[in-house]
Design a protein around this ligand. Structure first.
Ligand SMILES: NC(=O)c1ccc[n+]([C@@H]2O[C@H](COP(=O)([O-])OP(=O)(O)OC[C@H]3O[C@@H](n4cnc5c(N)ncnc54)[C@H](O)[C@@H]3O)[C@@H](O)[C@H]2O)c1
Length: 307
């Protein structure tokens, strides 16, 4: 039986990946420190090693005998990078290097989560993979660091790697109570209850919202590819949705009246972030992504519909 290591497997995206790997009959080992992930996110059958992805001995033991590693563990928060620069750096970049280093003896392929945050405020949208990378946060800088070290892993140590730059991922199990959670889980949870939501600035800032099952498909396809030249791909839909349109769509789907409070714009917030999906669709063989309305329906169903 094929066994995979999923770091960060008790988190939002990782737990969906574990579910998909187990559903096709593979075995799954998870390395997670449960800092934001939860034990109850893990599907039955996933084996949890509770530990730190930046600890070399722990990672070496976790990688023993696996066919490949999906490296998703990170402190997935731009805000935390501001308040705890060094701490997030250790999890987000040292963690990735620890995985690559532990993969050296057996050259285990590593598919890892990068982020659209590597682009910063891109001059042209939709953003293609070859666009310049000017991260504006410690989080984005560390994700770019992961990509650079993946190249070292590949070119110097012959470890196959693929980096996936996720845009705004959403779906069931994204915790609306977490201050670092995505806008969709927070809006869905509040709007369905008729509670007010905060919109920063004019609400015209746009994002590319990609449903978690499409991200899982990309992760699995990337592991099949795992070539020698350390490629990176956008994981996105190519569709720009403004924050205000998102709020109105959720209000419409839940049949509630939108109560939006406009707040001053957030310093440094990126205005437009929409990815170009052509390269990943072609090379990874991805199908059309789920529509935002269908994905929102799934999130609302998971939350229990309107109240
Ligand atoms: N959700 C998004 O929109 C998005 C966008 C771009 C990139 N990403 C990346 O995707 C990956 C998964 O994100 P997510 O949204 O599922 O976040 P998440 O917080 O739900 O999952 C991250 C997991 O990593 C674990 N973790 C954190 N630090 C660790 C450490 N030092 N050792 C071991 N485990 C540790 C957490 O407990 C958690 O289970 C992350 O690398 C994140 O940066 C997410």
């Amino acid at each position: 039986m094929t066994t995979w290591l999923v770091t960060g497997g008790a988190g939002f995206i990782g737990s969906h990946l574990c579910e998909a790997l187990l559903a096709r009959g593979d075995a799954v080992r998870v390395l997670d420190d449960l800092s934001t992930g939860k034990r109850e996110n893990l599907p039955p059958g996933a084996m949890l090693i509770e530990g730190d992805v930046a600890d070399p001995a722990t990672v070496r033991a976790a990688l023993d005998g696996v066919a490949g590693c999906f490296h998703l563990a990170a402190i997935a928060s731009v805000e935390r990078g501001v308040t705890d620069w060094l701490g997030t750096h250790r999890a987000n970049l040292t963690g990735a290097i620890t995985v690559f280093d532990a993969a050296r003896p057996t050259r285990i392929p590593v598919v890892y989560a990068s982020s659209a945050a590597v682009y910063g405020d891109a001059a042209t949208v939709p953003i293609v993979e070859a666009a310049e990378r000017h991260p504006l946060s410690a989080y984005g800088a560390d994700k770019l660091g992961c990509e650079l070290h993946a190249r070292v892993a590949s070119h110097v140590h012959a470890i196959p790697t693929v980096g996936l730059r996720f845009f705004n991922v959403y779906g069931p199990r994204q915790d609306p109570r977490s201050p670092y959670s995505g806008v969709i889980s927070i809006f869905c949870e509040r709007i369905r209850r008729g509670a007010p939501i905060d919109i920063f600035g004019d609400g015209g800032q746009t994002r590319d919202f990609v449903y978690v099952a499409d991200v899982v498909t990309a992760l699995v396809a990337a592991m099949r590819l795992a070539p020698a030249d350390a490629p990176v791909f956008n994981v996105c839909t190519g569709t720009a949705t403004s924050v205000l349109d998102l709020a109105h769509t959720i209000a419409e789907l839940t049949g509630t009246l939108l109560d939006a409070r406009h707040r001053p714009p957030r310093a440094g917030e990126i205005r437009d972030s929409t990815g170009a999906p052509a390269l990943s669709r072609r090379i990874l063989g991805l199908a059309d992504p789920l529509s935002l309305r269908s994905g929102l329906g799934k999130v609302l169903d998971w939350m229990g519909g309107a109240v």
